[in-house]
Design a protein around this ligand. Structure first.
Ligand code: SAJ
Length: 416
């Protein structure tokens, strides 16, 4: 019953590909499915299509050993793992999670599903999505029975097992992090537990699917609220002319206080997005979570206002904008507040902008179409009269401070 010989992973992105590879490394025959032929071809050549430490060697090994194959088409398997994007649509007044990729994945699973199979949703999703998958599959396959119809006696088991890995440490964390495994029934959870036990070394806690769904959203909302607290303190400090980073360091000397860091805003595809999944379905109950989102979303404008203030005192402002990624030492620009700040400054033609981002080789189109170019760090520092530090990349922190002596410095990360 708990034997899994073949596992299919649908969606070969940041989560799906590493997950497929670690199953394959543990002897499972894995089919990775993606709608993009380019991704499928790259994986079949034994290469990941994005940068992540140690993933290259692992993907090469499991493709060479024949354990991992990629395709645009799904085939029968014993377990199906859905790891597709769940973006946010609509305005912040009416946020609405887009489940269309999950729906397409479910539609591709339905024709190949057979009694005894397990379906696992890994994608971050609003509460109720796992149950919705069961209902969709029941409509598409009336010949099979599902947990919401037959409980423990259902022919198909369905569970939610959210990923919790940190980009940059995905492989290590996918194997070692604790996992929350939520089943539509107890049997669903036990079967999913048996699946993840194949590679997971961290503690695996079993619960109901709805609790697992909210648990993942809660983790990222917790972090967002706590960053918003730091950003609100930074506003208070700005008015009172107190250094917020020093203040927080001092307050954190208290053994039960642990305040996070203020910054130019919250980026990435998780923390800035997931809280909206809770707000969308519970608008009345989520005043704090919404306020936190709004405080963090207002940070780029706060930074722009600082830059405007400095630029207005100069005849020819030349502004070195250091960093574009959403956090230090990654090349990921998704939802990055730094990109938003640079775009606004460029649109307002506030001065000459010298953009520096050592982790990318070309600017994203939204910036290049504004006439911006990537610049070398040393040259940008030399030419600038305003230095705007947006990301605390290690390479920026090693700068000789004497080079900043005659410049206006705006350090949004408290790094210098
Ligand atoms: N940030 C601050 N101040 C801080 C900490 C972070 O402004 O004190 C900003 C960062 O600069 C960045 C954003 O917040 O723009 C998020 O960065 P992060 O490193 O905190 O998190 P992510 O988005 O890279 O990864 C998160 C992780 N979630 C948690 O820590 C609760 C990870 O475990 C999740 O798996 C991932 O989201 C996800 O997939 O949801």
């Amino acid at each position: 019953m708990n034997n899994f010989e073949r596992v299919a992973v649908i969606g070969l992105g940041y989560i799906g590909l590493p997950t497929a590879a670690v199953f394959a490394e543990n002897g499972i025959e894995v089919l990775g499915v993606d709608i993009h032929p380019r991704i499928v071809d790259t994986v079949n050549e034994g290469r990941p299509h994005f940068g992540e430490p140690n993933l290259d060697a692992l993907v090469r090994r499991v493709v060479e050993s024949g354990k991992l194959r990629a395709s645009t088409e799904l085939r029968p398997a014993d377990a199906f793992i859905i790891a597709v994007p769940t973006p946010l649509r609509g305005s912040h007044q009416a946020p609405s999670p887009d489940l269309s990729y999950v729906q397409s994945a479910v539609q591709s699973i339905a024709p190949v599903l057979k009694g005894g199979d397990l379906v696992v949703l890994e994608s971050t999703s609003p509460v109720g999505t796992t149950q919705w998958i069961a209902e969709l599959l029941a409509q598409l396959r009336p010949d099979l029975t599902f947990p919401h119809q037959k409980g423990e006696l259902a022919m198909i088991q369905i569970a939610h097992c959210p990923e919790r890995v940190l980009p940059g440490r995905i492989l290590e964390e996918v194997i070692n992090n604790p996992r929350v495994i939520g089943g539509l029934t107890r049997k669903c959870a036990q079967r999913a537990l048996a699946l993840y036990r194949i590679f997971a070394r961290g503690e695996c806690r079993v619960t109901m699917a709805r609790t697992a769904e909210l648990s993942k959203l809660t983790e990222n909302a917790f972090r967002d609220v706590n960053i918003a607290f730091a950003n609100e303190l930074a506003l208070v400090c700005d008015r009172l002319k107190i250094n917020p980073w020093e203040l927080i360091k001092l307050a954190n000397l208290h053994p039960r206080v642990n305040i996070l860091q203020p910054g130019p805003g919250v980026g990435g595809h998780c923390i800035a997005v997931d809280p909206w999944f809770v707000i969308a379905t519970n608008p009345e109950e989520t005043k704090l979570i919404r306020a936190a989102r709004e405080i963090n979303d207002a940070r780029p404008e706060f930074v722009c206002e600082k830059v405007r203030g400095c630029a207005s005192s100069l005849k020819n402002p030349v502004i070195a904008c250091l960093g574009l990624s959403y956090k230090r030492d990654v090349d990921d620009l998704r939802e990055s507040p730094a990109v938003e700040i640079v775009r606004r400054l460029a649109e307002e033609r506030i001065g000459a902008l010298l953009v520096v981002e050592p982790h990318i080789s070309a600017l994203p189109p939204e910036l290049s179409k504004l006439g911006l170019e990537l610049h070398d760090f040393d040259m940008a520092i030399e030419r600038a009269n305003v230095v705007l530090l947006l990301v605390d990349h290690m390479s920026f922190l090693q700068i000789d401070r004497n080079l900043l002596n005659d410049k206006i410095v705006i350090d949004t990360r408290g790094a210098w």
